[in-house]
Design a protein around this ligand. Structure first.
Ligand code: IFM
Length: 470
């Protein structure tokens, strides 16, 4: 089947920048090379029953050795930006002390190669790979880890601040805190209540400390990437609306309120109950956390429909340590990705407009991740015809255009992901890439969506040139 041609993207402003994103543990591999220390994800993957088929990021896409080939793919794609993350345990194998020269040298080479291809690197400092040695001392549950994160940020800024202009402190701290410490489906894989709330606070504090270090190093523009959810009540009942408000605090307000209003959510007591004693919060923390940012990263994939469910999940294996009395309700009548996520592009528009109205004065937004997992087998030539991914991207770009028309200040958009990669607890069978990775040979094969995105970017660039030249 012929690939659908890119739609006219005239609803998107010509200055909008485009990119793709990856993260260190999901693509790099070389887990025991270059002086890298173990991270909590190495430990989690080695724990039986945690990751599908016992897979791990040991080899992943072998990007550590093949980054040249991957940057060539980016150059051919024609992106403006490439978002990648630095593995903290490559820089500080035990999370503290003198930096590992081999680790710094790897990111030096990577950044220089990206720049050499005419692409702007966008660097995430933390995409979930906490050095295991820090976890052994309490991890994000303890305040010292926030301080350590600040030091690590300073080390990376000193080395790369002359070439990297956009810095993201944390990726999706919601997942680090709650999926990691309450649901137990991400490393470190525990089901704790109060410590998960302490982790949330210390992640925010670490963000603030990193902002301080990045500013001191005059590293460039600084932001954070959050994954706010578009939450929809299953019915119009008061109880379902109240359930959504509790979930809004867990998913969104816990992060947005301290970062952008200088306060913790006002319904905390109702949501957390006895879980939150606030003991981990110290005077001055909110000031550290709420320092002005240059941009906000937003990751978006799907909406969540919820209903009030006041009873604790009866199956202990499914029970999470933070029970806010809500239950997810499946979306009917829409397509779902292989993650089981409903495809509802309008919710992308609605979420962005909602955030813009709730938080006046938000910094400009970068959509730091958007994409879909699809199970496509290659044809005889190795090509994957992923028309449904193309439809997903096209429809979400149109939805983004509607949010921008409604006044939301969005400056950039990144497809997750450049490559098929290690999808955390799901292992390798959830493929998000524009480029297929053959995990036997590690060969890369651009999919139809890669060619579609390339054409889309060409037409966008042409329009940008016309407007700039006009
Ligand atoms: O693969 C992840 C990524 O690491 C963080 N955001 C969501 C993606 C898809 O699940």
């Amino acid at each position: 089947m012929a690939d659908p041609r890119p739609q006219d993207d005239s609803s998107l402003p010509p200055h909008l920048l485009f990119g793709t994103a990856t993260a260190a543990y999901q693509v790099e591999g070389a887990a025991q090379e270059g002086g890298r220390g173990p991270s909590i994800w190495d430990t989690y993957c080695r724990t039986p029953g945690r990751v599908a088929r016992g897979e791990s990021g040991d080899v992943a896409c072998d990007h550590y050795h093949r980054y040249g080939e991957d940057v060539a793919l980016l150059a051919d794609l024609g992106v403006d930006l490439y978002r990648f993350s630095v593995a903290w345990p490559r820089i500080q194998p035990t999370g503290k002390g003198r930096p590992n020269p081999e680790g710094l040298a790897f990111y030096d080479r990577l950044v220089d190669t990206i720049l050499g291809a005419g692409i702007e690197p966008v660097l995430t400092l933390y995409h979930w790979d906490l050095p295991q040695a820090l976890e052994d001392e309490g991890g994000w549950r303890v305040r010292d880890t926030a301080r350590r994160f600040g030091e690590y940020a300073g080390i990376v800024a000193d080395r790369l601040g002359d070439r990297v202009d956009r810095w993201i402190t944390l990726n999706e701290p919601f997942c680090s805190a709650f999926v990691g410490h309450a649901v137990g489906r991400h490393a470190p894989g525990t089901k704790e209540g109060t410590p998960a709330l302490a982790a949330a606070h210390h992640l925010l504090l670490g963000h603030g400390m990193a902002v301080g270090e990045l500013r001191a190093a005059a590293a460039g523009r600084v932001g954070i990437t959050l994954n706010p959810d578009h939450l929809v009540p299953a019915t119009d009942s008061e109880t379902d609306h109240a359930a959504v408000e509790r979930a809004r605090t867990l998913h969104n307000r816990t992060w947005f309120d301290p970062l952008f209003t200088g306060a913790y959510p006002d319904n905390e007591k109702e949501v957390w109950g006895d879980l939150s004693d606030g003991a981990h919060r110290k005077e001055g923390d909110l000031e550290t956390i709420g320092q002005p940012l240059d941009f906000l990263g937003v990751n978006f994939y799907r909406p969540i429909m919820l209903r009030d469910a006041p009873h604790t999940e009866p199956d202990p294996a499914r029970r999470t340590a933070v029970d806010i009395g809500v239950e997810q309700v499946p979306y009917e009548g829409v397509r779902h990705t292989t993650m089981g996520w409903p495809v509802v592009p309008e919710s992308f528009t609605d979420l962005l407009i909602d955030l813009d109205r709730r938080y006046p004065g938000l910094p400009p937004i970068l959509i730091t991740e958007n994409g879909s997992a699809r199970p496509h087998a290659p044809d005889d030539t190795g090509r994957v015809h992923d028309e449904d991914r193309i439809a997903y991207l096209r429809d979400h770009l149109a939805a983004l255009g509607r949010a921008i028309e409604a006044g939301v200040d969005v400056r950039g958009y990144f497809v997750w992901s450049l490559l098929d990669n290690f999808e955390w607890a799901f292992g390798y069978d959830r493929r998000f890439g524009l480029v297929r990775v053959d995990y036997e040979s590690l060969e890369r094969h651009p999919k139809s969506s890669y060619h579609w995105y390339r054409d889309y970017l060409t037409s966008h660039r042409d329009r940008r040139r016309r407007v700039e030249g006009a």
